[in-house]
Ligand binder design. Structure first.
Ligand SMILES: [Zn+2]
Length: 76
């Protein structure tokens, strides 16, 4: 089941300049590198990572909490 309303996904889509999460997913669904966001409550750091990334290192807060937008959405 897709989750297109996750707050972090909305933040990530807006940070990348998209009007909504659907546009974001359509743009990156087939890409090898996609935008990811830190899942920590107090951190919204974004970076381009692998589409299936679930625990990437966050350069902003130092936690292994970077998750790709596709993973957050439940696409992967
Ligand atoms: Zn972080």
């Amino acid at each position: 089941m897709f989750n297109l309303t996750h707050p972090k996904l909305v933040t990530l889509a807006e940070a990348e300049g998209f009007g909504g999460t659907t546009d974001f997913l359509e743009a990156y669904a087939l890409d090898g590198i996609v935008p990811a966001i830190c899942m920590a409550p107090d951190c919204d750091h974004t970076a381009d990572l692998e589409p299936d990334q679930r625990a990437g290192f966050c350069e902003a807060c130092g936690r292994p909490s970077m998750k790709s937008g596709l993973v957050i959405a439940g696409v992967i």
